[in-house]
Design a protein around this ligand. Structure first.
Ligand code: OAD
Length: 236
């Protein structure tokens, strides 16, 4: 089983999505100013402060019922000797906070910051990375270890994702608008491997017409309800 998650899974924890019409980050900010290597080169102070505010928000919030259900699903699948892989576009580490293991972070993590000079990358849990632009001990500029527009996805994450997709027989897409490639093509890759496909989202997306089952609603509600019906046991 392969589960792919997007920003919608963290929305109920209080992390804004990117493309929701009113609350989405890209409805309020221009990604060209904040989420490209050129933006960082032009104004590292603005970019690092904006990402550090988002990092701090990620440290304040808690995983929701969708994160918790996915962590339990992994445990139950593994206990039954079945392979399970969680792929996420989210950079907030809430899946790991809920107990998910070996999460494939396709777009990096906002909790990791990398020095553009010495290349050191590590998790940053300090309350603030001010003064901005944030700097490494070596004096080099620090940047969040996320994938910006125009950058390639981490090779190891893509390799693990492709391996899982080639072998999967159930693919679940949760809370992603399915418009950002290459990840938006994963449902198609799973189908090519003859997997059954399920989508959970507040509204239809470009992949909705091609999936076997479309469930409309909030991930934090729909996912536990579906898993309760499919797996039973203690309430999800
Ligand atoms: P988007 O903001 O594009 O899409 C969020 C999706 O979640 C939408 O389809 C919403 O309908 C849905 N949604 C919102 N709340 C939900 C809820 N409670 N339950 C279920 N669904 C809900 O976010 P992503 O698809 O994750 O990339 O965006 C993909 C990438 O675009 C991000 O990783 C980011 C962004 O630019 C980078 O930063 C590289």
């Amino acid at each position: 089983m392969v589960v792919l998650t997007g920003a919608g899974v963290s929305a109920e924890s209080g992390i804004p999505t990117f493309r929701d019409a009113l609350s989405g980050l890209w409805a309020r900010f221009d990604p060209e100013d904040l989420a490209t290597p050129e933006a960082f080169e032009r104004d590292p102070r603005l970019v690092t402060e904006w990402y550090d505010q988002r990092r701090q928000n990620c440290m304040r919030v808690k995983p929701n019922r969708a994160h918790v259900a996915l962590a339990r699903l992994q445990r139950e699948m593994n206990a039954a000797g079945r392979a399970f892989r969680l792929l996420t576009q989210n950079v907030d580490r809430l899946h790991q906070a809920a107990g998910s293991c070996d999460v494939v972070e396709l777009h990096g993590s906002i909790m990791e910051w990398r020095c553009v000079s010495c290349g050191e990358s590590r998790e940053r849990r300090e309350p603030s990375l001010a003064p901005y632009p944030s700097r490494c001990g070596c004096g080099g500029l620090l940047r969040p270890d996320v994938v910006w527009f125009g950058e390639v996805l981490p090779e190891s994450a893509v390799r693990l994702a492709c391996l899982a997709l080639e072998q999967c027989d159930l693919f679940i897409s949760v809370g992603t608008s399915a418009v950002v490639y290459p990840v938006a093509g994963f449902a198609h890759l799973a189908k090519s491997a003859s997997a059954r496909t399920l989508e959970i989202n507040l509204e239809p997306t470009p992949i909705s017409a091609t999936v076997d089952w479309l469930v409309l609603g909030q991930a934090g509600c729909r996912l536990p309800t579906l898993l309760q019906a499919a797996m039973g046991g203690e309430p999800w």
